[in-house]
Design a protein around this ligand. Structure first.
Ligand code: NAX
Ligand code: ADP
Ligand code: K
Length: 519
């Protein structure tokens, strides 16, 4: 897992390092520019020096642009540099680098129509977007509207018939906290960020227009010599499972827990069976489906390694949970609202590791306060955005509100607030899946870019995710770790299968994913 930061955290780290005398702002800017130039060479090794169109803005992001111009010029590039704003008003470090560049080559005052024209005509080379970085907190200025149009048109040209676009820190116009588009954001093939990636690089706000990861291209983070200590309250990017997933030689089945997956009525059992299959494949020692009597014959015809029990009501569930070996529960997939209202309080009373999904979320949406009061730290809620909206309407409304000022409210802040209110772990699904606990600990799994798993958008894949989290908790993962690891395994299984994936395929890909993890 690596750390990702908000713009405020990043600013705090920079300011502290500069104030302590450990490093000067000018040194940071030099390393930032050098880092971008080094990444251009690494990511585009076959790109010979030709023309680099460099767009510099009025802040320190523009300052990085002047460093990049100087360093690319030293490497034989022809530089065509345009500055938005008055050079006399540049902040000090950016002004120093403006002056160093101005002694080498021309600075063209901003002309929106001319830049659009240049973008339209460029068939190769580089475009460096150093207009705005993490400091942008308002919509893009009107004099970038035609430039935006030029960027939009470039997107539709074949990769080998257009320049490569490199964003300095973040594509201009994106909010680095939320990934949202401040109206008129650009896009990039390569985004080079400094010290740590920002939340907005990996969040994926849905469009139109799409923001965050969809705009950044390949995100690379370069070290600029800032202290490496983790920032308080930082968010972890889930890049691999955080806990051991193998089975040790001497452990027996009860050493890996017994997951109980509740099912609903006849004809509605597929969702629970998907969850149960996922719990078993992820390594729970035993898995039992507990169904209503009329559904038993249907399940019996489908289940083999998974055990089956009849479970009429919540009262009986309390009795069943006297058996402490049933150490993780999954309620929701295919459960039905009435059965959820009966079963969920009984399950929560037992204080077991519990995943609540689907009907076990929405059945309580009319009056969530008493429901939240029963939740505890071994519970994981796994809503998609629609379910989240029902349980936390105010937070969902803040997320959906139009953005005019930044930093805009992000999915990370919304899920943190939801976890604090619910008193348990909340996992909000999507191409960007955010996990938070009531203490504010948070993680982001981003199925974007090279990690994209679009075939997960298929009926029943959420049931599999719930089963994975339940199976991992049966194996002893904490609620938070189980949720984060389930999100990772879910997407890894989808990528391993590829196009044509349906939910049934996900558990069956886990053996391959485990082998690739070296288990
Ligand atoms: N502070 C530092 O030590 C470092 C900063 N670095 C760079 O500095 C960037 C952050 O710089 P800044 O905080 O100066 O901010 P930015 O350069 O991202 O942009 C903010 C500037 O744009 C202006 N602005 C904002 N919205 C505008 C609008 N709609 N129309 C016109 N002007 C508008 C602001 O007044 C401010 O001058 C980072 O993204 C990174 O690229 C790097 O050089 C590394 C070191
Ligand atoms: N485009 C996508 N990219 C990556 N993951 C996705 C995408 N669309 C959906 N998912 C994932 O697929 C799952 C869908 O869950 P859900 O919406 O509950 O579906 P269902 O109720 O049919 O099981 C979630 O884990 C979600 O994160
Ligand atoms: K930028």
């Amino acid at each position: 897992m690596s750390e990702i930061l908000s713009s405020a955290q990043m600013r705090g780290i920079e300011q502290q390092a500069i104030a302590s005398g450990a490093v000067a702002g000018l040194e940071l800017m030099e390393r930032a520019g050098a880092g971008v130039v080094a990444q251009i060479a690494t990511v585009f090794p076959d790109l010979p020096p030709s023309t680099a169109l460099i767009l510099c803005g009025p802040g320190n992001n523009g300052g990085d642009g002047f460093v990049i111009a100087r360093l690319l010029h030293e490497r034989g590039w022809d530089i065509d540099l345009h500055l938005l704003g008055d050079p006399a008003r540049l902040p000090p470090d950016a002004r120093s680098n403006y002056q160093r560049w101005a002694a080498i080559g021309p600075v063209t005052p901003w002309n929106d129509a001319k830049i659009e024209d240049l973008l339209d005509k460029m068939a190769s080379g580089l475009v460096v977007d150093a207009l705005f970085g993490t400091g942008l907190t308002r919509p893009m200025p009107p004099e970038t509207a035609r430039t935006w149009h030029g960027f939009a048109t470039l997107l539709h040209r074949a990769q080998n018939a257009r320049p490569q676009v490199v964003a300095v820190d973040i594509p201009s116009g994106l909010c680095s906290d939320s990934g949202r588009d401040f109206e008129g954001a650009f896009w990039a093939d390569l985004t080079v960020s400094f010290h740590r990636a920002k939340w907005g690089h990996y969040l994926a706000p849905s469009g139109p227009p799409e923001g965050g990861a969809a705009r950044c291209g390949l995100v690379v983070t370069v070290d600029i010599g800032l202290p490496q200590a983790p920032a308080p309250g930082s968010v972890q990017l889930v890049e691999r499972p955080s806990s051991f997933l193998g089975k040790t030689m001497r452990a027996h089945k009860y050493g890996h827990g017994h997951a109980l997956v509740l099912a609903g009525g006849a004809g509605k059992g597929g969702a629970a069976r998907l969850a149960a299959r996922a719990a078993l494949r992820v390594g729970a020692g035993l898995v039992t489906v507990a169904a209503s009597q009329p559904a038993i014959a249907e399940h019996a015809a489908q289940l083999t390694a998974i055990m089956l029990r009849a479970l009429p009501d919540g009262y009986t569930l309390r009795g069943m949970l006297q058996d402490e070996r049933l150490n993780a529960l999954c309620l929701g997939p295919g459960l039905g609202a009435a059965r959820a209202q009966d079963m969920v309080p009984a399950a929560l009373w037992a204080k077991r590791a519990t995943v609540l999904d689907a009907d076990a979320l929405t059945a309580f949406a009319d009056d969530p306060a008493p429901y939240f009061a029963q939740l505890h730290d071994k519970v994981v809620l796994t809503p998609h955005l629609g379910e989240f909206r029902q349980l936390f309407p105010d937070l969902a409304a803040r997320l959906a509100a139009p953005v005019s000022r930044g930093p805009a409210y992000s999915k990370i802040e919304a899920v943190r607030a939801a976890a604090a209110r619910a008193g348990c772990v909340v996992l909000l699904k999507g191409p960007d899946t955010v996990i938070a606990d009531p203490s504010g600990r948070a993680a982001l799994h981003s199925a974007t870019g090279a990690n994209a798993a679009p075939w997960l958008a298929t009926a029943g894949s959420g049931d599999v995710l719930a089963g994975l989290a339940c199976g991992l908790m049966a194996r002893g993962h904490s609620a938070f770790d189980a949720a984060a690891n389930a999100a990772w395994l879910h997407a890894a299984a989808a990528r391993a299968f590829g196009p044509g994936l349906i939910a049934e395929d996900l558990p069956e890909m886990l053996p391959q994913v485990f082998r690739e993890l070296g288990l």
